[in-house]
Ligand binder design. Sequence first.
Ligand code: ACO
Length: 378
Amino acid sequence: MTVCEFRPGLEGIPAAQSSISHVDGQKGILEYRGIRIEELAEKSTFLETAYLLIWGELPTKEELEAFEHEVRFHRRIKYRIRDMMKCFPESGHPMDALQASAAALGLFYSLRDLHNPAYIRDSVVRLIATIPTMVAAFQLMRKGNDPVKPRDDLDYSANFLYMLNEKEPDPLAAKIFDICLILHVEHTMNASTFSARVTASTLTDPYAVVASAVGTLGGPLHGGANEEVIQMLEEIGSVENVRPYVDNCLERKAKIMGFGHRVYKVKDPRATILQTLAEQLFEKFGYDKYYEIALEMERVVEEKLGSKGIYPNVDFYSGLVYRKMGIPTDLFTPVFAIARVAGWLAHWKEQLAENRIFRPTQIYDGRHEAPYIPIEQR
Ligand code: ACO
């Protein structure tokens, strides 16, 4: 078979057959295992949605309780992981700390038993349970504090906010955080998921799969855009500055962070829900002046780029939500990873079920038969 056409970014080329999630980019629809995200955001929890994605069906009450129980009791990280993290430079980016820590887990669980459902389940539980603990631990340790131990009486999202802020979160904030995790958990064949599947296809361990996906998620064209949105809103500083800022970006052909998507040609449905969540937080905890700037940006970008299908993506409003919860800007992408790990693991499991190693081809446009020039003659 010869594929002649080269599509930069593999645009439009299927990399897998998958039944995990579906996007209709023209209508702005996102479904997990066939269920619309709006319905899951309203009725489900992050752990229930993770279960749905990984095992294909919504759990029964007993199945969900068992899963929640397992995750709850695997939240602690090993002392040696914590000690290793203590040695990380506090100036390092938390995504790098997370990538290194996720990979280090593989050192402790080196048995690779990919055909054993119990091994798959243990790995899923361990990764979903410990990633939030590692994110919170690095945050506290880089401030010079000891990490806070997980609290078994708190549910998944409340416990993360507790470990991060060293105090029990407001119930509305915890609920909204849980919805944010649902919105970020999975999104078809994006860059980090592709990365996870490529790594999985070599039959390596799930810790390597997650570590490679974390590395991919961190870039500013992918999950890292949520940090840059906040930096951009701060730089703009006032509603009047929005139009000149947008014009300047367009003149320089610079990308405006938080806008545009390979698949969505309308507003990302996750951005719509996140905007509503931001408003609920502002109502309870006070207004954020950057929201006004964000609204004006949405208006101006739509006016200028709407005809190209450029609208807010998931990263545009998520930063405003996280900011209101007191989450530092450089933790926005690690928070994204806390959610997305369940999506990556669903793809890991699906990839293993019908695995063939990824080995695409390339179009070679280099030289042939080139002479080797001795070093002194170069
Ligand atoms: N600002 C200005 N123009 C844009 C933007 C943007 N954010 N996004 C796309 N465009 C324009 C491009 O300049 C291009 O115009 P042209 O046809 O006149 O050259 C056209 O729209 C198509 O853009 P591409 O870059 O080819 O789109 P692609 O599908 O490769 O990229 C991407 C998608 C990476 C998300 C892009 O829109 C972007 O860089 N956005 C900003 C970064 C961002 O917010 N990333 C988060 C995405 S969501 C996520 O990963 C979780």
